[in-house]
Design a protein around this ligand. Structure first.
Ligand code: GAP
Length: 437
């Protein structure tokens, strides 16, 4: 059984602001709704999430290559993908207070929860793509779009990748990058944003093997979440009912996490069939088929997609790691983040002024070896521990009177608060072992 979590959205949001993980974007001008900036700790943690995902992709199969597509896309790309015509949510406005809702989030039989009046507009479809104009002319042909998903860059470069790298079916193309959706109601902090980041991998295979790969990826992706420390009791796979799936999709499984606000999707694994390559082939007039040496015929590969949001996973990791407990009679907030994900791997804390120099030298050596560590010398030792616990630093090293004599330091473990002595020459190896998978 997993521990009951004491995390709430309010507590997580406040911690993120207080400790420099996440700020509301354009805060000094009143804020931009659904858009966030990541501060010093948040940007480090995001890098660790991206790196854990890329590592998992590299290890899962050596036939995975990476790419980095553009954010701006042409009208033709998004027409072919179906987003111009179908990437819409139904919405209504309150005629009294002008507040806008997605129709699936509101009971239209009742009054507006914001102003208490019941005066709804007709429901209408709202396309969620951000449009912009390329070049100086306000001409309809100059219309461009900020991508609402990273996946299409992979599909439109499918032939480029095949002809320029030594990949053969089955293989995957993985990508991390920003995506933009003009969500009608951005909500739950990083859960539904207007500007966010996705980590997507499109796996191209023969149709006969697609279901096997679909199951393989669903299991592999679920297992990934345990390797980065999420509580297995709070993760589940949920298969979509046929009426939840896109018309071209044969099967879809969500990896869900149990948030305080319910079980919610963190990643989608989708059997997309041949839809995307067929659409782009039709609209561009380019042949996106591959040649099968065995049957001596051409075919369109089937695609299995794994798609997760960096920011949504960031929020999930914070929910999972957030704990409040009592240490030596004092309450503390502790982020029990996996050491690979934690923004700061260790803090070095001198106990007296005399110890500053020798400990600083050890700290500097570890930092120069590539570990994101901090030197923390201000405040009482208890305060310093609480400060590091709250940002999820897994280890704190202290140098004391013994250190000079036996070349050891004390290492304190964040979760158990247990302390042990370790040789100064072994610190780097200790951190390597614990922070690298
Ligand atoms: N290419 C498939 C695709 O984009 P999706 O279910 O719309 O599928 C995939 O998005 C993942 O991207 C979601 O599981 C979620 O983690 C993340 N995501 C989607 N919309 C988001 C938003 N508005 N804010 C934050 N993350 C979002």
């Amino acid at each position: 059984m997993s521990q009951p979590s004491s995390a709430t959205l309010e507590k997580i949001t406040a911690l993120c602001k207080r400790r420099g993980f996440v700020y509301q974007s354009s805060e000094i001008y009143g804020g931009l709704n659904g858009v966030y900036d990541f501060g010093p700790l948040g940007s480090l943690m995001k890098q660790n999430i991206r790196s854990a995902w890329s590592q998992a992709m590299m290890k899962a199969n050596d036939a995975i290559v990476f790419m980095d597509g553009s954010i701006l896309g042409s009208y033709d790309t998004w027409k072919a993908s179906g987003h111009i015509d179908n990437f819409s949510d139904p919405m209504v406005d309150c005629l009294n207070c002008k507040k806008r809702y997605r129709t699936d989030e509101i009971d239209l039989e009742r009054a507006c929860p914001h102003c208490g009046k019941k005066a709804w507009t007709e429901a209408r479809m709202f396309n969620m793509m951000f449009q912009t104009q390329m070049g100086p002319l306000a001409d309809p042909t100059a219309m461009a779009y900020l991508r609402p998903e990273t996946a299409q860059a992979i599909f439109i470069n499918f032939k480029n990748v095949i002809s320029t790298s030594r990949v053969k079916i089955p293989f995957g193309i993985a990508q991390i990058g920003k995506a933009f959706r003009n969500e009608i109601t951005p909500k739950q902090f990083l859960f539904r944003m207007r500007e966010f980041e996705q980590m997507e991998m499109e796996w191209f295979c023969k149709d006969a093997q697609a279901m096997e790969y679909f199951k393989f990826w669903a299991d592999a992706r679920k297992a990934f979440y345990q390797t980065i420390g999420l509580d297995p009791a709070r993760i589940r796979l949920r298969e979509h009912a046929p009426d939840e799936r896109a018309h071209y999709s044969t099967a879809c499984i969500d990896v869900e996490y149990q948030f305080p606000f319910g079980w919610k999707e963190i990643e989608g694994i989708a059997h997309r069939g041949t839809f995307d390559l067929t659409q782009h082939s039709k609209h561009s007039g380019k042949d996106l088929n591959v040649f099968d040496e065995e049957t001596k015929s051409s075919y369109t590969p089937t695609v299995i997609e794994c798609s997760v949001g960096v920011d949504r996973l960031f929020l999930t990791l914070l929910f999972d790691a957030y704990h409040e407990d009592i240490i030596e009679g004092e309450e503390r907030v502790v982020l029990r983040l996996n050491p690979r994900i934690a923004p700061i791997k260790a803090a070095f804390m001198p106990l007296t002024k005399k110890q500053v120099d020798p400990l600083y030298q050890i700290y500097a050596r570890i930092r120069a070896a590539g570990f994101m560590v901090q030197f923390d010398e201000s405040g009482s030792i208890g305060k310093r521990y609480r400060r590091q616990d709250e940002i999820g630093t897994p280890f704190c090293f202290t140098y004391d009177f013994e250190s000079e004599k036996d070349n050891t330091v004390t290492v304190r473990h964040r979760d158990s608060t247990k302390q042990e002595r370790i040789n100064i020459d072994d610190i780097q190896q200790f951190l390597e072992k614990i922070t690298h998978e």
